[in-house]
Design a protein around this ligand. Structure first.
Ligand code: FE
Length: 278
C-alpha cells in the first residue's frame, strides 16, 4: 500500500518546500527529496520487510542533466528490490556512477551485479579498491579511487558534488557527499537510525525524539569524538538543509543543526573503551 505523508510544511519550523518535497514522497515508492528543472535528488523508497533482523537501508540517486549518480546502492540481498524501485525513475543504462561511502556489505556487496547490469564506474575510497574485487565479478578498470582529502565532481553551471572525508566514521576510508544544488548531505552511516518494525518514519525534524534511535549505533560504531568534531567542522562549510543517511530517517528542519551539535559532542568508540570491554 502506498502511504503519503500528510503533514503540512508549516508544521515544521525553519523548513522550506525548496529543501524537501515531503508531500510528494511515499514510504514505499520513494520520491524526489529535491527536484527542479534539470536536477533531482531521489530516495528510492522503503522496503519494510527488511526491518527486524536485517538492517534497513536507503538508496539515493542524484540526477543532473544526463548524469545519474547512485549513492550506496546496497548489497546483493537487496539488489532485485532496489532495481525494481529504481525502474520507476530511470533505466539502469542511465547510471554512470556508483558511489560507495565505504566497504560494508550493505553498501557494496552487490557491486558485481551492478557492474554487470550498468555501464557505471565505481567511486570509493582509495583504501578499498583492492579489497572490493573480492565481492566478485569486478572489472578493476571501472574502480575509481577517491583520495583521502576528498574530491569535487563538477556537474556544470556551478553545481557540484563534494565528496567530503568522513574517515573513521565508522570506516577508515569513508566519505559523505554534499549536493550543492539540493543542499542535501548524504551522510552514509553517520546519522543512521534504527526503528522498531513497522514504526519507520521517512522524515524527522525533532532530534530529541530521534536520538534514542541513533545513540547506541553511533556510540559503538563511530571511532572517537575527535573525528566526529572534524567531520562536523568540514561539512559545516556548506549550507545543509537535509541530512540523508544510509539507514533510517532523513533529517530535516531543526533536526539538521541539532544533529551536528549532538554528533560534535558525542563520546564514542575508543572514548569509551573500558565500558566496551566490560
Ligand atoms: Fe557501515
Amino acid at each position: 500500500m502506498v502511504r503519503f505523508f500528510k503533514f503540512k510544511l508549516s508544521n515544521i519550523g525553519g523548513f522550506s518546500m525548496e529543501a524537501v518535497k515531503m508531500e510528494s514522497v511515499s514510504t514505499t515508492r520513494g520520491g524526489a527529496l529535491y527536484e527542479d528543472n534539470g536536477h533531482q535528488f531521489l530516495w528510492l523508497g522503503l522496503d519494510e520487510m527488511e526491518e527486524g533482523n536485517i538492517i534497513q537501508i536507503n538508496q539515493y540517486v542524484v540526477r543532473h542533466g544526463s548524469r545519474c549518480i547512485m549513492l550506496d546502492p546496497g548489497g546483493s540481498y537487496t539488489y532485485a528490490t532496489v532495481v525494481a524501485n529504481l525502474s520507476r525513475y530511470l533505466d539502469l543504462d542511465q547510471i554512470d556512477t556508483l558511489f560507495f561511502s565505504h566497504q560494508d556489505p550493505d553498501v557494496c556487496s552487490g557491486m558485481g551485479l551492478w557492474l554487470n547490469t550498468t555501464k557505471a564506474t565505481v567511486m570509493v575510497s582509495r583504501l578499498w579498491t583492492s579489497f572490493l574485487p573480492h565481492f566478485g565479478g569486478v572489472d578493476t578498470n571501472r574502480l575509481k579511487a577517491i583520495p583521502d582529502k576528498g574530491i569535487r565532481v563538477d556537474l556544470g553551471g556551478g553545481d557540484y558534488l563534494e565528496f567530503i572525508p568522513a574517515h573513521f566514521l565508522h570506516s577508515v576510508g569513508n566519505f559523505s557527499v554534499y549536493d550543492s544544488r539540493s543542499k542535501i548531505l548524504f551522510s552514509g552511516d553517520i546519522g543512521a537510525s534504527i526503528f522498531s518494525p513497522n514504526q519507520h518514519r521517512v522524515f524527522v525534524d525533532d532530534l530529541a525524539d530521534h536520538i534514542p534511535r541513533m545513540e547506541g549505533f553511533h556510540k559503538r560504531y563511530m571511532c572517537s569524538n575527535v573525528v566526529c568534531k572534524e567531520w562536523v567542522k568540514r561539512v559545516s562549510r556548506h549550507e545543509i538543509k537535509t541530512i540523508a543517511p544510509q539507514h533510517g530517517a532523513i533529517m530535516v528542519g531543526g533536526a539538521v543543526p541539532k544533529f551536528f551539535d549532538w554528533f560534535g559532542r558525542l563520546s564514542c568508540g575508543v572514548d569509551n573503551l573500558q565500558a566496551i570491554y566490560g
